[in-house]
Design a protein around this ligand. Structure first.
Ligand SMILES: Nc1ncnc2c1ncn2[C@@H]1O[C@H](COP(=O)(O)OP(=O)(O)OP(=O)(O)O)[C@@H](O)[C@H]1O
Ligand code: SF4
Ligand SMILES: [Mg+2]
Length: 346
């Protein structure tokens, strides 16, 4: 990371501005036709200190690409990422990368695939401390033992290998590895979707507890709005590389203004939830050949001629901070509120 290039905003620990990540792909028989896959296209996000931002969207919407860019592991095509007042450099030197790794860490979806099967838990947790030189030799053992207790494991389990643990315990090790360097931001990329339903709540509760105890800020990535509903202060909804709705979690869940958000909420498996507000069939369009106008128009039950015209809707932010990318959002939000009041549920 370079020295601060702009005035740091003390309240914001992360600012992502106009982020684009385009992958050039070879096409045609001899790879002559180069095409651009716009995995992320003009994304703005911010994260306040101590906040949990839910980032949701179906598979392929660009969530992990945003995460990898923030971690400095993917080079953005353009845009700015400012972490704790410092711009993440796209051509960063190893010292900058190390500084970034001490500030932002990630918990991956599959704890088994992301742990080295030939390394004991102790080695997994000690290596980052050594590489970053952040703990004296005499302190390392204590730091590992304390971290294991934080995540609900016993220090004497440190000499075991990943295969000796259950799925939930492995994810606890993944969380310990992410936290061992005392980061300020943790990106949780689908942290419970590979786990048994019966233990998901335990891991979510652990993450919430650690956030408070250690004063962390989270980006909680999930294709399932049900997961972020319980954790997030704010929610950003992604569709085909763009944010389509962003706001306070209560606004998003009680007054969803974008048809796609409404469809995601309707898909939350909750028997107490009222009838779906809207349903969405079909798949995410091919990102190499996105639809004209609004990218959601081929699947949107509210689509009209204006929705298919060029250019598509822009993300409009209301005075209360609720932002929506839809030509008809006011009308649609009104209908959703009416459906909600008729169903008798909040
Ligand atoms: N290295 C890459 N090269 C080419 N295309 C890529 C690369 N990484 C991601 N993509 C494409 O970018 C788009 C966004 O992918 P991404 O993994 O960010 O989505 P996601 O929202 O995290 O999905 P999931 O929920 O499945 O994890 C997809 O179309 C994907 O195929
Ligand atoms: S702009 Fe039109 S097609 Fe797009 S989400 Fe809104 S109503 Fe649907
Ligand atoms: Mg992903």
């Amino acid at each position: 990371m370079h020295e601060p290039q702009r005035k740091p905003d003390d309240d914001l620990i992360l600012r992502v501005e106009d982020l684009a990540v385009h992958f050039p792909l070879g096409g045609g028989l001899f790879g002559r036709e180069r095409r651009l896959l716009r995995a992320v296209d003009g994304v703005d996000l911010s994260l306040r200190r101590g906040e949990c931002l839910g980032l949701v969207g179906e598979s392929g919407s660009g969530k992990s690409t945003v995460a990898l860019s923030i971690l400095g592991l993917l080079k953005p095509t353009h845009g700015h990422i400012v972490v704790d007042g410092r711009e993440v450099a796209t051509d960063s030197q190893s010292a900058d990368r190390k500084a970034l790794a001490r500030t932002v860490q990630i918990v991956f979806q599959d704890p088994y695939a992301s742990l080295n099967p030939r390394q004991t838990v102790r080695r997994t947790l000690e290596d980052p401390l050594r590489v970053h030189g952040v703990a004296a030799k005499s302190e390392i053992e204590d730091r590992v033992a304390t971290m294991l207790k934080h995540v609900g494991l016993r220090p004497e389990q440190a000499d075991r290998y990943p295969h000796e643990f259950s799925g939930g315990q492995r994810q606890r090790i993944g969380i310990a590895r992410a936290l061992i360097l005392n980061p300020k931001i943790v990106i949780c990329d689908e942290p419970v979707s590979a786990l048994d339903v019966s233990i998901r709540a335990q891991i979510i509760n652990l993450l919430l507890e650690l956030k408070d105890t250690l004063g962390l800020s989270y980006i909680m990535i999930s294709h399932d709005l049900g997961v972020v509903e319980h954790m997030s202060d704010r929610v950003a909804v992604m569709y085909l590389g763009r944010i389509v709705e962003n706001g306070d979690w209560r606004e998003i869940f009680e007054r969803p203004a974008h048809p796609y958000t409404q469809a995601l909420i309707a898909a939350i498996p909750d028997p107490l939830r009222h009838a779906p507000l809207a349903t969405t069939g079909g798949d995410l369009p091919n990102p190499l050949n996105p639809p004209n106008g609004c990218a959601f128009s081929p699947r949107c039950r509210y689509a009209e001629a204006v929705c298919r015209s060029e250019p598509g809707p822009v993300l409009e932010t209301r005075p209360d901070g609720h932002a929506v990318r839809c030509w008809r959002s006011e009308e649609i939000a009104g209908q959703a509120a009416l459906a909600s009041s008729l169903s008798g549920h909040p």
